[in-house]
Design a protein around this ligand. Structure first.
Ligand code: NAD
Length: 246
């Protein structure tokens, strides 16, 4: 049984979509949650998670900016005392065919999806090493494994996340820290709402389980990887994709 009581997590990109669901599922299992997002909005995500009876606080943070991350992580550690779980979830898309893709659209996707995971992992690594334990879960994508036209930036960022996950797992394992990635397929969020209905119908047909996934499917996998039960799993990429990546 997953029990995260007494543990605290940082979840990036957690005011909506998959990140918010991760924050909620971690909280339902007893963990306190620091919600980091570039936009906190009306803090409804913080209210929703706090209502589950755990410590929860929101922090406005552009996770691709190392100085901001350093300052915010310092504040999170002061507020929570100890952090046990880091979920690098924040991500964006700027799809276009490679020949039409603007340099800034390549750079911003790499910065938010990949550079941020390096920055946030560096910002928490020493805390985890001192505690001789910790869980890092990085959000990859099926598009980092098998991809499609129009996603040179996104596919490169998610393939990069997989490499980063494996290398960090090797470096941090001696201190009892695990690093894993989750590779969702197509999940019902604002990110996939942008897709035309014909594309959604095509994906549903191609997915062995014949439907898009829900944010909760991904969040449940994160809660497992964050738990004591997953202590012997590191450097892995777990597909949550209805069988699409099989
Ligand atoms: N939805 C899918 O089908 C799908 C599939 C595979 C992987 N993913 C990955 O899952 C993660 C979450 O996706 P989602 O569908 O929930 O997306 P979403 O667009 O609904 O949410 C992304 C969140 O990240 C935040 N964010 C963006 N830039 C940020 C920055 N610089 N700093 C901090 N926060 C920032 C946004 O404000 C937003 O709250 C992403 O990494 C995405 O690539 C999603």
């Amino acid at each position: 049984m997953i029990d995260l009581k007494g543990k605290s997590a940082i979840v990036t990109g957690a005011t909506r979509g998959i990140g918010l669901e991760i924050a909620k599922v971690l909280a339902e299992n007893g963990a306190g949650v620091a919600i980091l997002d570039i936009q906190l909005g009306d803090e409804s995500s913080v209210k929703e998670v706090s209502a589950l009876g755990v410590q929860c606080k929101g922090y406005a943070c552009d996770v691709s900016n190392p100085e901001t991350v350093e300052a915010v992580f310092k504040q999170v550690l002061a507020d929570f005392g100890k952090i046990d779980i880091l979920v690098n979830n924040a991500g964006i898309t700027r799809d276009n065919l490679m020949i039409r893709m603007k340099q800034e659209d390549f750079d911003s996707v790499l910065n938010v999806n990949l550079r941020s995971a390096f920055i946030c992992t560096k910002a928490i690594a020493q805390h985890f090493m001192r505690n001789r334990g910790g869980r890092i879960i990085n959000m990859a994508s099926i598009n980092g494994i098998r991809t499609q036209a129009g996603q040179a930036n996104y596919a490169a960022s998610k393939a990069g996340i997989i490499g980063l996950t494996k290398s960090n797992a090797m470096e941090l394992s001696a201190r009892g820290i695990t690093v894993n990635a989750i590779a969702p397929g197509f999940i019902k969020t604002a990110m996939t709402e942008k897709l035309p209905p014909e594309a959604i119908a095509k994906y549903k047909e191609a997915i062995p389980l014949k439907d898009l996934g829900n944010p909760r499917d991904v969040a449940n996998a994160v809660a497992f990887l964050a738990s004591d039960e997953a202590g012997y799993i590191t450097g892995q990429v777990l597909g949550v994709d209805g069988g699409l990546g099989a």
